[in-house]
Each structure stands twice: as structure tokens, then as C-alpha cells.
Design a protein around this ligand. Sequence first.
Ligand code: NAD
Length: 362
Amino acid sequence: MIPHPLRGALVGAGDVTENHLRAWQHIPAVSISAIADPNLVRARARAEQFGIANTFADLAALLDANLALDFVDIASPPQLHCEQTALAAARGLHVLCQKPFATNLAEARAMIETCRRARVTLCINENWRWRAWYRAIKRMVTEGKIGKPIYLRFFCHGAFWVPEVKAARRDWLEALGRGLFYDLGIHYVDVARFLLGAPETIYARLARVHPDLVGEDRALVTLTFGDSTALIDLSSSSYAPYGHPNRQTTVVEDFRIEGDAGTLALIPDPVRGDLLRVTTTTDETETRAYEGEPYAAYLQSFIAAQSHFVECLRAGRAPETAGADNFNTFAAMLAAYRSMELNAVVRIQDFIAENLRARRPE
Ligand SMILES: NC(=O)c1ccc[n+]([C@@H]2O[C@H](COP(=O)([O-])OP(=O)(O)OC[C@H]3O[C@@H](n4cnc5c(N)ncnc54)[C@H](O)[C@@H]3O)[C@@H](O)[C@H]2O)c1
């Protein structure tokens, strides 16, 4: 239990951290007192933007500065998450860590164990399930509004990695040899788990169209949950339907979940604003999926995810996206690559067992 105002430090000063720092500004009794990033120009620019006093070239130096911290907010590339979590946990600091968890299951498992032994919280900053419409959809599904869920589909095709658009490429993702499913698909795997529970199997078709990318820019993935199925259909190399590179769009996914008594659908509508449509056996209603601008709605998901982390620290309870839970999202995402290699359906629990066994020292 932590009754006093919380003090945190940010690790990494990249693109996503603007959202983190804006979100922290909305959360009472939390302050961020330092940023560590070897790119000190970036670190200082972020620090100046948000009135943060201290910048460091690395996390070890930041931790040596004795800033009386409670937690670190890790937003560096996944290649660094395991090592940085261990450094923080060794100082007794709680860890909020960006997705994707790490680079493999052994690292993710080590992070969970390290934090458990140090008696600190490890929470993965998985903000997608905190988007307002997914919370509303979860509530309605739990209330039985659509009956028993049978089918779920995410469709998000955009032009953000077509050959004309190179700026959005991520160096850390290319270094891993991965693409769209590792970075973006993992969010949808997590929302599918949030709505339907534990997936049993995965089948993935991953493809690359962009001539200069290393990883995939298309992913067509099926997850099964008992007799329910989720389809994740993503592309970053599409010129249609919302994808013209010069057109500003909301980039909200087209989503539907169908049950045996109704359907809930998220419908991108650049004219009226994105809609949530509920169709039951007796009724059809449409409401705005969120109020305000798309960026405000996106930021709201960071505010909700980070507030939840703080509430859990104060209450001494495990977050919804604790390491032990998000391990399963991460494993299902990685299993997609195995499925693609084999061109076969992969049982996720078998994939986890094989992976951890393969990496265990003799
Ligand atoms: N939840 C979301 O919606 C969302 C959105 C974007 C990114 N992300 C995640 O956030 C993480 C960072 O992504 P990004 O887009 O900000 O990447 P980025 O490439 O813009 O920034 C990464 C930053 O990490 C810094 N860095 C490198 N080595 C470091 C070290 N040893 N210590 C501290 N910092 C170091 C780099 O200098 C860079 O400033 C990734 O895991 C990514 O998946 C999540």
C-alpha cells in the first residue's frame, strides 16, 4: 500500500512517451521527476516540454541519483525491457512496462519472476483494452446483451506503411525482423482475450508488400476460444478503404462481436464520428463510440491504463494487465509467427511449453 504521492521516472523519450506524460498530467498525486534516454537531445526536449527537472543517459545513472522513486515507466524498445525491469526491481521499484513485453517468452518469464521475488508490481502498459468502446462492449457482453459470443472480428487496413510513407517505420521492430503483428496486432490479441478469455489455438498468414520493410505489413490471424472464433485482419499497406496516404483519418478499427442474441459493432465514420451500433433481436441503436476528437479518445486509453496501475499500487492488488496476465497475450502474439513458419494451427499452451523448455539451461 502506498498512501503518499507517487514519484516515477520515465525510461525512453520516444514517440509514445508524449502520450504517457500527457496521461500522467491527468492523474492526481503522481509526478514524473526524471527521464533516461541515451538520446539526450530527445530526453531534454521531452523534459522541457513537460517541466521535468532531471535527464540521464541511462537508467542505471538515474537510479543512482536517489530520487526517492516509487516506480519506473518503461517506454524503451522491447529489446531493453528485461534488463531495465531487473535494474528497477533490484531497487524495489514497481514497473509499468510498454508492450510488447520483451523479445521472447524466457525474458518475459524472467521479468515476472524478478518482480515477484522483489515484491514489486509488474504491469504491462496495454492501453488498447482501456479504450472507452471496448470497456462499454465488455460491459454489454457481460450483461448478456448479445447472448453467447460466437464471432469477433477486427479489421484495420491503413496506408501508414505504403512505399510513399516511410516515416512511421520503427527501427527496433526492424531489428527484431518483425512487423505489424508484433507491434499493432498484439493490441488486438489482448482485446480478444479481454472479451473472450483464453485463446486455445492460432493460425496466421503474415505477408510483406512494402519493398523496404523487414517484417510483415499484413496479418490475417484466427484465434479460437472453445467454439468462438476471433479474426484479426490487419494491413498497413492498403490504399483503401481508409488508407489514402494524404487523407487524415480516425484510424479506428472496424470491429464487430456477434452473439447468439445480437451484434455489437464499432463502425468508423469519418463524417458523423465513429459509431457503436448495438443490434439485438428486438432493437437497433447507434451511439458515438467516444466523445471528442480521436486523439483525445486515444489519450484517454493511456489515462485509464496508467490510472489503473496507480490504483493497484495504492490498493496493493494485481493489475488487470499484470505481467502474469499479459504473458498470455505476448505468447499468443509470438505463436502467430510459429504458425506462419509451419503453415499450421498452433496450440498456444503447447507453444509456451515448447518455448520455455527449449530455452531452459541443462
Ligand atoms: N501502447 C501504444 O499504443 C504504443 C504506441 C507506440 C509505441 N508503443 C511501444 O512503446 C515502446 C517504444 O516505442 P516508441 O514508438 O516510443 O519508439 P521510439 O523508437 O520512438 O523511441 C524509443 C526510445 O527509446 C530510447 N532508448 C534506446 N535505448 C535506450 C535505453 N537503453 N534506455 C532508455 N531509452 C532508450 C531511444 O533513444 C528512443 O528515444 C515500444 O515497446 C512500442 O511498442 C506503444
